[in-house]
Design a protein around this ligand. Structure first.
Ligand SMILES: [Zn+2]
Length: 85
């Protein structure tokens, strides 16, 4: 089991229970299949962790880069996809 820490609540969870966000050569992206390598942050599949990570630029500090405006929408889409599965 690969454990990762959520950037919102700091709990460790299994990798498959977290949304992966990677600071890649193409910019900051949601990286569900780990196709792209780079410094990564993880978030639980829940609104409060997402809100908390985007608040106060937590995610930006974690990834050491600016977070694009559209990223939050992409993360929320990922959350919705998971819920619809
Ligand atoms: Zn969390």
């Amino acid at each position: 089991m690969t454990e990762r820490r959520c950037a919102g609540c700091w709990q460790t969870k299994d990798r498959k229970d977290l949304i992966k966000i990677t600071n890649s050569a193409q910019g900051v992206i949601v990286n569900p299949n780990s196709f792209t390598f780079g410094r990564s942050a993880y978030l639980c599949y829940n609104n409060s962790c997402i809100e908390s990570a985007f608040k106060k630029n937590k995610l930006a500090k974690f990834l050491k880069t600016a977070i694009p405006e559209e990223l939050k929408g992409q993360v929320l889409n990922e959350l919705r996809n998971k819920e619809n599965k």
